[in-house]
Design a protein around this ligand. Structure first.
Ligand SMILES: Nc1ncnc2c1ncn2[C@@H]1O[C@H](COP(=O)(O)OP(=O)(O)OP(=O)(O)O)[C@@H](O)[C@H]1O
Ligand code: SF4
Ligand SMILES: [Mg+2]
Length: 327
């Protein structure tokens, strides 16, 4: 297994109390596999990703438990230097906002080239040639000229391609893309997502794709992990989830995406808002918003029940949810 995260816990101390932003999260990603992590704003997706990447600011965050096994080694126990080396070459991250992730006063060619100079000991000239190759690989027109341009001279979509090129430069085994297309307009979103999926297959890397858009994951993901209030509430192969969700929250997310085959149908929206993580409701944290909630849901926290061997749901009534197709 490329990445195996177990019982990860991250807290923030705030004026209102301790926010359990990641509360016992576990998932695994194999080489060549894409895991989509889904959930509303504030559910802990980015904090989970930052903990795996080792870029979480501590403080304010505190990792209070769990293991992050990357190629068999627990990243949480590695010393600074070793950890940095893995972060530099073994894994890479693609952020939502390329403009703030790229250096504004350095040409994109120099930024891309620097990766090869620092990590591969290449000459400036050789590194520049590799930078052009990479820009061609992510289909930036006139790459040989544009390599001298600065980030602000590119469109949003082209900038995002450059960030993808940066992430893939050293051929990492794992890439984490945190809402990589959210800032782009819809047609450009699809192009960038297709490119990312194509490169993922070609390089056979493990990819964690964080998104709150269930619509984009159907074609690119192998598995989906749905997060709610710092926990994974459903984890399953993508086809199983689309066929029939085993958690009412997943069902709510699915029912709120527009579908071409159901034009004119009233779109469903999950009622209410996600909880404040300093005051997570007792029992099932989703109960105040759940159409299937019953008394037991207000008192007993559901474990992640095994729906089948590669599928889990943290709902006491997952069977009912699975079989109730028309909501
Ligand atoms: N710097 C911080 N200080 C205090 N609490 C924080 C901080 N960063 C994150 N949190 C807490 O962690 C929770 C999860 O944040 P996270 O950024 O992981 O959400 P997310 O799922 O990525 O949401 P989004 O879809 O908006 O990106 C937040 O709801 C908040 O309670
Ligand atoms: S455990 Fe209860 S409240 Fe929670 S999702 Fe299942 S039915 Fe809804
Ligand atoms: Mg986020």
């Amino acid at each position: 297994m490329l990445l195996d995260v177990r019982d990860l816990r991250v807290e923030f101390r705030t004026r209102d109390g301790v926010a359990r932003a990641v509360d016992g999260v576990g998932f695994a990603v194999d080489a060549g596999e894409t895991l989509a992590v889904l959930g509303e704003s504030g559910s802990g997706k980015s904090v989970t990703a930052q903990a795996v990447m080792g870029i979480l600011d501590t403080p304010p965050a505190r990792i209070t438990g769990g293991r992050i096994l990357f190629q068999g080694r627990d990243l949480l126990t590695l010393k600074g230097e070793e950890r940095r080396r893995i972060r530099g070459t073994g894994m890479a991250m693609i952020f939502q906002d390329a403009l703030s992730a790229l250096n504004p006063v350095m040409t994109v060619g120099d930024q891309l080239g620097e990766m090869f100079v620092v990590h591969r000991g290449m000459s400036r000239k050789g590194a520049r040639a590799r930078a052009v190759e990479l820009m061609e690989r992510v289909r930036i027109p006139a790459a040989a000229q544009r390599v001298r341009d600065y980030p602000h001279q590119f469109s949003g979509g082209m900038r995002q391609r450059i960030m993808i090129a940066m992430a893939l430069a050293l051929e990492p085994a794992l890439v984490i893309a945190d809402e990589p297309t959210t800032a782009l307009d819809v047609t450009v979103q699809a192009q960038v997502m297709d490119l990312l999926a194509e490169l993922q297959r070609e390089y056979r890397m493990g990819l964690i794709l964080i998104t709150h858009d269930l619509g984009v994951v159907a074609d690119v993901a192998d598995r989906i992990a749905v997060m709610y209030a710092g926990r994974i509430v459903e984890s399953a192969p993508v086809h199983d989830i689309y066929k029939a969700p085993a958690h009412p929250y997943t069902r709510g997310l699915l029912d709120s995406i527009p579908r071409l085959d159901q034009k004119g149908r009233q779109l469903y929206a999950i009622q209410g808002l996600p909880p404040n993580l300093t005051h997570i409701p007792p029992g099932c944290s989703f109960h105040p918003r759940c159409p299937l909630a019953r008394d037991v849901c207000r008192t007993d926290e559901p474990p992640l029940y095994a729906v089948d061997e590669d599928r889990g749901s943290a709902c006491h009534f997952w069977r009912e949810c699975l079989h109730d197709r028309d909501h």
